[in-house]
Design a protein around this ligand. Structure first.
Ligand code: HEC
Ligand code: HEC
Length: 256
């Protein structure tokens, strides 16, 4: 018994000593400190959520998912409306025509399928709260029917104009959202998502809070998005797509 333990211990000692001698730097780095030897873990082998999120997402969605240039992902209401498969697909393939890059290697990104799985699963497990919309009868994530533009304009007057102005040109309570430079860089789903979930981190209400006591219906959301989309210039021109490309390559090669 005693002999066996000693053998086991010395085996452990030998096996852990050898790699330590080979990679002295790695073994002597205290926990939590950045390792100077960047070859210790190949980028495709990183499987820690915090590292993956910080390196790939935080620049636009904020540290800890709290929001930045783009929406907060640590928003339980948002995570109750989108499902994991849909999110995984967005992260893998990006959102065409916006600065949301494709991350999966097969689509030109830098991450493996497994890394995207880690990111997606942990966003839900860390930041979601399953019960958050119990009894709220939330609208569907994606539009189910085509919207009615004329009705959407009325909806905008009812629910949005108080903060964004009657034509969406902005007021001190909410920015301009019908100008070309905004609409050219946002997808239709991106607009729908913001109407449904708001941007709580910036004080924008979700679909229940624009008019106190009066939630928007699924149809009203679909219609107001159709109206916003109808205000988008058909060919916004080169400046916007050039800007888009720059943002994409920055996102994919943040070290540059
Ligand atoms: C360069 C900026 C940028 C980076 C980096 C980025 N995103 Fe995004 N992301 C965006 C923008 C902008 C949108 C909104 C696109 C639109 O208009 O639909 C978006 C949209 C999304 C959406 C969909 C939102 C919706 O409407 O349902 C998800 C999910 C998402 N990003 C997750 C991630 C994750 C996870 C990462 C890191 C792996 C990441 N993003 C990195 C800019 C970025
Ligand atoms: C109580 C005020 C308020 C109401 C009502 C409101 N919003 Fe907002 N909205 C905001 C604030 C605050 C923001 C975040 C900061 C900003 O962009 O002004 C915002 C942001 C947005 C954005 C993102 C803008 C950006 O630059 O990223 C969109 C799109 C938007 N709102 C659409 C709507 C629509 C459509 C409605 C009506 C269905 C609506 N909002 C109702 C206050 C409001």
């Amino acid at each position: 018994m005693k002999l066996q333990r000693i053998r086991t211990l010395s085996a452990i000692a030998v096996f852990s000593l050898v790699p330590c001698l080979l990679m002295l730097a790695a073994c002597s780095t205290p926990h939590g400190e950045p390792q100077t030897d960047s070859e210790t873990v190949a980028p495709s082998q990183v499987s820690d959520f915090g590292t993956l999120y910080a390196q790939n997402c935080a620049g636009c969605h904020g540290a800890e998912g709290r929001g930045g240039a783009s929406i907060a992902l640590a928003n339980p209401v948002y995570l109750a409306i989108i499902d994991e498969a849909t999110m995984r697909n967005i992260v893998a393939n990006g959102v065409h025509g916006t600065s949301m890059p494709a991350f999966v290697q097969s689509a030109g990104g830098m991450l493996t399928e497994q890394q995207i799985e880690v990111i997606t699963t942990e966003i839900f497990s860390r930041w979601g709260r399953k019960q958050v919309l119990d009894g709220a009868n939330p609208p569907s994530y994606a539009a189910k029917v085509a919207g009615n533009v004329a009705h959407g304009q009325l909806v905008f007057g009812t629910y949005c104009a108080s903060c964004h102005g009657s034509e969406g040109a902005g007021t001190p309570k909410g920015s301009a959202i019908t100008n070309d430079s905004f609409l050219a860089l946002v997808s239709n789903q991106g607009l729908r998502t913001m109407v449904i979930t708001g941007r709580p981190e910036l004080g924008a209400p979700d679909w229940r809070g624009n008019v106190p006591g009066r939630s928007m219906t699924d149809q009203e959301i679909t219609d107001v998005v159709a109206w916003l989309v109808s205000r988008r210039a058909e060919n916004p021109g080169q400046p916007y797509s050039a800007l888009n490309d720059t943002q994409q390559s920055k996102a994919q090669h943040p070290e540059k």
